[in-house]
Design a protein around this ligand. Structure first.
Ligand code: IPM
Ligand code: MN
Length: 332
């Protein structure tokens, strides 16, 4: 049966790279019904809507969602990011943000072959906090971090399950237990308990600052990393940079329980500075579409697209030229 795929191009280069990902899905012969959503900065500027309930309900009715990137300099920071992307992550309970990195030809270090599992519904992203005496010299701003045993455990378990299916079968917890002693303690204890369910999986713990050094100097030591929302955000931009460019880094925002659609998007942002220039690399979006195909059970099509992207390693061209070339290889 044809999959219902929600399509949110979003802002900046988002719609450009998503168009190439859909082109490649067409070439792979995947049967799907596209359901386009006009969401993002342009919609907000036009009618003040970020994510109307009707759109959210229609998104819930999809089997998966492909998203480009959101955020535009015309709108204050956070309005679209929090109101659209983070709201979707929370409402759809996309608790595991899975971001794989494999060294490309321009990688800083060819030892990169890892997956970061980023907790995606809690932490500092939960939005706890507020202002006191805003705008006065005695202003106070607090920004809390929400960590629940339930939320941490399900994310950590997902990381172990992914590791189990990999040859190296190893999970590193990354946190900052020496300073964030409350949240860090909960993460460390939960990690230790879940680890007992996976006796064959190797484990390690690294502080996040040290992990930044290792990622640059010795990334080969990582197989699966599990970490909180904010550390995961930062580490995965670094992951993109060390493995050959953020234009190649894909991600899956998964609801592994499948109580609703999962959402697939490149790690990169909307890059308004290069929007419309044809400079955006569509491969992060195309690889995100591969993750979507895998999650939808379209393993054969996923493999064909994955191979085509792997063979495009040294290809250059505009956004649509790269999309065309990969689509051609998928068809061949
Ligand atoms: C990401 C992005 C988002 C995040 C922004 C756009 C809210 O940077 O997916 O990594 O911080 O999670
Ligand atoms: Mn990010």
């Amino acid at each position: 049966m044809a999959h219902r795929i929600g399509i949110i191009g979003g802002d900046g280069i988002g719609p450009e790279v998503v168009a190439e990902a859909m082109k490649v899905l067409d070439a792979a012969g995947v049967e799907y019904t596209p359901v386009a959503f006009d969401l993002g900065g342009a919609r907000y500027l036009r009618d003040g809507e970020v994510l109307p309930d009707a759109d959210l309900e229609a998104i819930r009715g999809c089997d998966a969602v492909m998203l480009g990137a959101v955020g535009t300099p015309d709108v204050p920071p956070g309005v679209i990011e929090r109101g659209l992307l983070l709201r979707l992550r929370f409402e759809l309970d996309l608790y595991a943000n899975v971001r794989p990195f494999v060294a490309g030809s321009s990688a800083l270090n060819d030892g990169v072959d890892m997956i970061v599992v980023r907790e995606n519904t809690e932490g500092t992203y939960a939005g706890e906090g507020g202002f006191l005496r805003k705008g006065t010299p005695r202003e106070v701003a607090t920004q809390g971090s929400v960590n629940t045993r339930f939320g941490v455990e399900r994310c950590v378990r997902h990381a172990f399950e992914l590791a189990q299916a990999r040859e190296r079968n190893h999970v590193t917890l990354v946190h900052k237990t020496n300073v964030l002693t409350f949240a860090g303690d909960l993460w460390e204890r939960t990690f230790g308990i879940v680890a007992t369910e996976f006796p064959r999986t190797g484990t390690a713990y690294h502080h996040v600052d040290a992990a930044c050094i290792y990622l640059v100097q010795d990334p080969g030591r990582y197989d699966v990393i599990v970490t909180d929302n904010l550390f995961g955000d930062i580490l995965t931009d670094l992951g993109g940079a060390i493995s050959g460019g953020i234009g190649r880094a894909a991600s899956a925002n998964l609801n592994p329980d499948r109580s609703g659609p999962s959402l697939f998007e490149p790690v990169h942002g909307s890059a308004p500075d290069i929007a419309g220039t044809g400079k955006a690399d569509p491969r992060a979006a195309i690889t995100s579409a591969v993750m979507m195909l895998d999650f939808l059970g379209e393993t054969e099509a996923a493999q064909r697209v994955r191979d085509a992207v792997a063979n495009s390693e040294d290809m250059t061209g505009t956004t649509s030229e790269l999309g065309d070339a990969i689509a051609e290889r998928v068809q061949a």
